[in-house]
Design a protein. Sequence first.
Length: 298
Amino acid sequence: MVKKKYLDKAEVLIEALPYIQRFNRKIVVIKYGGSAMLDDELKQNVIKDAVLLKLVGFKPIIVHGGGKEISRWVTKVGKKAEFINGLRVTDAETMELAEMVLAKVNKELVTMVQSLGVRSVGVSGKDGGLLQVEKKYSNGQDIGFVGEVKKVDPKILYDLLEKDFLPIVFPIGFDENYDSYNINADDAACAIAEAMGAEKLAFLSDIEGVYRDKNDPDSLISELRVSEAEELIAQGYVGGGMIPKLQNCIQAIEKGVNRVHILDGRIPHSLLLEIFTNKGIGTAILREDGEKYHHEHA
């Protein structure tokens, strides 16, 4: 008798098959941040997931932040990390540090991908004029060298995908005077996904997804249409940090991304579980006419 655990493995592979077919050769943008960047094992898991997506025919692009690591280095040089409305105040010295730290994190991720046998190239938003920005203000307040993406030129990413590389992007861009700016990684991932008409945009962060009741962990919503997401925001069901994330998701879908996922990067292989299983693990936001395909199987 074949052991149940082997049959279960086969079941999982068969369940993944329609998704592999559906997304073959499609662009998937993965925004990678939060605690999953600090824990080596979680980092390995995220990179393995991205490599697996690549090897089964997807076209993944990783966009990463490094906020916690930047704060660590800012403290190391005797400065104090300062935030206004959740955005890092970035003076010239902090900007220089941020770029150095993000470049370091970027090459660590490239090395991990390469060690798994897939070719990878790390680029910043400056390379090939990928991300052009203008200065961002927070409710009218000057927060230094923080940029709002004004224009995306995705040619460099298309070229890398075409040559079979896995691109890894860190969010530093320049303005029309070629001054460097730090960009919120969520914003950068959205802008890239929109410009490339990505099939999927996945946010890996420290939240499990969207709850119908933010105080009830059992009220996780697997799938939400844009109108339902807007309603949750309007009715006050969604708390603090989730509001800008959801607004980013809604905007990405309105600008042509097919599906946006909010996932808990602290759960090992959450990316694969969300993309390759019927039930999923986080929250998927979809267009009004988007096909719901979790619950009919659940």
